[in-house]
Design a protein around this ligand. Structure first.
Ligand code: CMC
Length: 373
């Protein structure tokens, strides 16, 4: 065995038709489309269809796909009981999503991977919204089959029909983050099914991977940071204090991108419309980005640390009206589409993913009976 690559940087372990990025040019292609084009035009159902069937649907196919997905939204009383308990104990939404996904009976009787994958994608918003309703002391709202995937999620959070602008904002978000190469949670999903386990298990494991702040857990802290700076009016002092303390600035830096994450521009444009001119919060956000990027270059001259997807995720989801506690779980509602499509792709031509480790422990120990230690 040669050296150890601790972060697996630059190691390709799968071929995929789903997405690819150029970290130097700042380009992202999803299902063959530049992210800018797909994010702004597609409904999330169209993106899912593209992922599962390899092309865009015509009107009839889309309508049938929408109904199939809507039919699988309901979750059972046993799942609701788990979510109620998670909410009562104020567990984070990602813990509730993991518990709900594990408790839900999402596998079909014949274990057809594509049917199971659709059921998982359909159930995620229902799980998150039901948990949220319990968190705010209300009963869950039944899914509305007449509403699309994004609109129904917003409806289940509040009981009110969302306006078109909010639905479009959320669709843009879901499309922009549905997939991103072999990120950590997608890798997890592929590893799980590579053992010939099932796609429901893959989704549950991937939720756990997405939760961490180095992956999907950053946008909540980003919003806290932006609110603090909006109040203090001093972005430079904030950034210097963090960087002097050797802390990471949430929403900046990326393993692949050496330039601004292309999703940041998509989400920034989508977010702006939610902040009117009287409210200078959006200005605080864009000013902060400029200050942060300059100071990151000063403190970390050897790295190209630019804005990543999570920075404007916070601005957009806040604008759409998604509660801050649900930012990572809403990321999960989008990314589960990518996880499931990758899992199906892995199964098409599976080989067990099984890397190696280099042993640094001792050898040649001899056993000492317990009374003599
Ligand atoms: N603030 C300050 N310093 C940073 C940051 C940051 N946001 N990101 C990287 N660095 C520094 C890091 O301290 C290290 O410096 P040094 O070489 O002096 O020790 C150097 O850059 C390299 O860091 P790394 O951890 O080897 O880089 P990575 O490619 O593994 O990190 C990252 C990628 C996203 C984990 C990292 O940039 C980070 O922690 N960012 C903040 C958290 C964040 O925004 N997370 C969302 C990630 S994007 C969405 C997603 O992928 O799901």
């Amino acid at each position: 065995m040669t050296g150890v690559n601790r972060g697996l940087d630059g190691v390709a372990v799968a071929e995929t038709r789903l997405s690819t990025m150029d970290g130097e040019a700042g380009e992202l292609i999803i299902g063959g489309f530049p992210v800018e084009e797909l994010a702004d035009n597609a409904t999330f159902e169209e993106t899912l269809y593209l992922f599962f069937r390899g092309r865009l649907p015509d009107a009839e196919e889309l309508s049938a796909f929408r109904s199939d997905l809507a039919e699988c939204r309901a979750i059972g009383d046993e799942v609701l009981a788990v979510l109620r308990r998670a909410a009562e104990e104020e567990k984070p939404a990602m813990d509730a999503l993991r518990m709900g996904a594990a408790a839900a009976n999402l596998g079909t009787e014949d274990g057809d991977p594509e049917a199971d994958a659709l059921r998982v994608v359909a159930a995620f918003p229902t799980i998150v919204a039901a948990y949220w309703r319990y968190r705010v002391g209300e009963e869950p709202i039944e899914p509305d089959p007449d509403l699309g995937h994004a609109a129904n999620y917003l409806y289940m959070l509040t009981g009110e029909r969302p306006d078109e602008r909010a639905v479009r904002g959320l669709e843009t978000y879901l499309n922009a983050v549905v997939d991103h190469g072999l990120n950590a949670s997608t890798f997890t999903a592929r590893v799980v099914v590579s053992t010939e386990s099932d796609v429901v298990s893959a989704a549950t494991a991937a939720v756990g991977t997405l939760k961490g702040p180095l992956h999907g857990g950053a946008p909540g802290p980003v919003l806290d940071m932006l609110k603090e700076i909006h109040e203090s009016g001093d972005p430079e002092a904030y950034v210097r204090e963090k960087l002097e303390a050797d802390e990471r600035l949430m929403g900046f830096g990326h393993r692949i991108y050496r330039v601004r994450d292309p999703r940041a521009a998509v989400l920034e444009a989508a977010a702006e419309q939610f902040y009117d001119d009287d409210d200078d919060f959006f200005e605080t956000i864009t000013d902060f980005e400029d200050v942060a990027v300059d100071l990151l270059a000063e403190y970390k001259p050897d790295r190209d640390l630019e804005t990543n997807v999570e920075f404007y995720t916070a601005a957009l989801l806040h604008g759409v009206g998604v509660p801050q506690e649900l930012f990572p779980a809403t990321f999960g509602i989008a990314r589960v589409g990518g996880w499931m499509a990758h899992a199906l792709e892995q199964l098409e031509d599976n080989r067990l993913i099984r890397p190696e480790s280099r042993y640094t422990g001792e050898r040649g120990r001899s056993w000492t009976p317990i009374g003599e230690r």
